[in-house]
Design a binder for this molecule. Structure first.
Ligand SMILES: [Zn+2]
Length: 339
């Protein structure tokens, strides 16, 4: 005979020690998922800081900082500490009690557990004198099984084992940013991270990524600075906004921008412009809205073409027939005659 769930049952269940949990604001989780999907398609790790509060001993994550201009590879990411610290400070300026709590990161391949390197990094954070308030780390790891995004929340604490840390998988409770809970927690009200980032950019001169790439010697690339500036200007002419330029692993440079309601990531190979950029597109009306998909380009590439030309062509290709495409190629050569 099956027993009905009774009040008694519920009553006794409460006596069982509650599993640890991490609370996270929905929009912070969305930032993590958004970043993870973006970089997964390029097969690169990404990650950033988690900022929040301790609420009755539990971690409440309010913000996930985006990856920024990090050094990224298939199996590792070294975040830009300048950018991460600037964002943490901006959040703390708004919410005095908030603190750096831990990090989030992506395993673009299927690996739903922390690596030895991850554990080592946790150990270093937990034993860092400057972060002595950290008793445990609420880590958010994202991984993909096929195309399914999996969120793995862990609490990491110090112990006496070889690794020096215990990793416990815990429950993740998602809190709505406009919930009463958040209103109570934050007198100033919740403002999303992109708004905070934008307000920072207003105050400070924009970081000159190109200068960093070509003058500080931080990155080794064969790109000509003029060429990248030209690409950036052409994209700005096309879309009205300059692209976000990042340095990826293996001396790849990516230009990210929006055009006609679609988002694009173009990755320039080290031998660019001898070979074309690879273009990834996230379409507004694609079935899987979250994913960037590689766009196959049939254009006869020559080194005078730009990313903006390719993207323009992608946009026309959707509607046009062959004849129009032919006309378009003539347009391209005319544009270049001006340079
Ligand atoms: Zn990892």
């Amino acid at each position: 005979m099956r027993r009905k769930k009774s009040k008694d049952n519920n009553g006794s269940r409460e006596k069982v020690k509650r599993k640890k949990q991490i609370k996270i604001v929905d929009s912070a989780l969305e930032v993590i998922k958004d970043e993870a999907r973006k970089w997964k398609n390029l097969d690169l790790e990404c990650g950033g800081s988690l900022v929040g509060l301790k609420d009755k001993g539990e971690n409440a994550i309010l913000y996930a900082v985006r990856t920024g201009h990090a050094e990224q590879s298939h199996c590792g990411v070294t975040t830009d500490s300048g950018f991460q610290n600037k964002m943490i400070k901006a959040i703390r300026d708004r919410y005095k009690d908030s603190k750096y709590l831990a990090d989030w990161h992506l395993h673009p391949f299927f690996m739903p557990s922390l690596s030895d390197i991850d554990k080592r990094q946790c150990y270093e954070l937990l034993t860092d004198e400057n972060l002595s308030y950290l008793e445990e780390l609420p880590i958010i790891l994202i991984t993909f099984k096929e195309n399914e995004l999996i969120v793995c929340p862990f609490i990491v604490t110090l112990n006496e084992t070889k690794d020096g840390v215990d990793v416990e998988e815990v429950h993740l409770s998602i809190i709505k940013q406009n919930s009463r809970y958040i209103k109570k927690l934050l007198n100033a009200g919740y403002v999303d991270i992109d708004t905070i980032e934008k307000s920072l950019k207003k105050d400070e001169p924009e970081k000159d990524v190109l200068k960093e790439i070509f003058e500080t010697g931080l990155y080794k690339t064969d790109f000509g600075k003029k060429r990248i500036e030209h690409e950036s200007n052409e994209i700005e002419k096309l879309t009205g906004n300059a692209p976000v330029i990042s340095v990826l692993d293996n001396n790849l440079i990516s230009l990210n921008f929006d055009y006609n309601e679609d988002s694009f990531i173009s990755v320039l190979p080290p031998e660019y412009p001898l070979n074309p950029a690879t273009i990834f597109k996230k379409s507004k009306d694609s079935k899987d809205m979250e994913n960037f998909e590689e766009v196959k380009i049939f254009h006869n590439w020559n080194s005078l073409c730009t990313v903006a030309d390719l993207v323009k062509e992608i946009a026309t290709e959707n509607k046009s027939n062959k004849e129009e495409k032919y006309e378009y190629e003539i347009v391209i050569s005319r544009i270049h005659a001006e340079f």
